[in-house]
Design a protein. Structure first.
Length: 78
C-alpha cells in the first residue's frame, strides 16, 4: 500500500485485527522509507453476480433458481 506521507509503494503491516463490530479489518502499517506509521481499514466489497443468458441479456443471479434446478435433477436418484 502506498505511504500517505512520502508516496513509497511498499509498506509493512505491523498489526492486524478485526474491528469491534467485525465488519472490517484494522491494519497498522509502517513505511520503511520514511518511518511513517498509519492505519488502514479494509472492508469486504460484495458484488452482485450477473448471469449472461444465451440470448445475450444479463440477469441477476438467483440462488433459489439454482437450488430448485439441482433438486429437480436429483429427484429420481436413489
Amino acid at each position: 500500500m502506498r505511504c500517505p506521507f512520502c508516496g513509497h509503494i511498499d509498506s509493512q503491516v505491523k498489526d492486524s485485527r478485526p474491528t469491534e463490530d467485525g465488519a472490517a479489518i484494522r491494519r497498522r502499517r509502517f513505511c520503511p522509507s520514511c518511518g511513517g506509521r498509519f492505519t488502514t481499514f479494509e472492508r469486504v466489497q460484495l458484488r452482485e453476480l450477473t448471469v449472461l443468458k444465451k440470448n445475450g441479456k444479463r440477469a441477476p443471479f438467483e440462488r433459489d433458481k439454482l437450488y430448485r434446478s439441482i433438486q429437480i435433477s436429483l429427484r429420481k436418484r436413489p
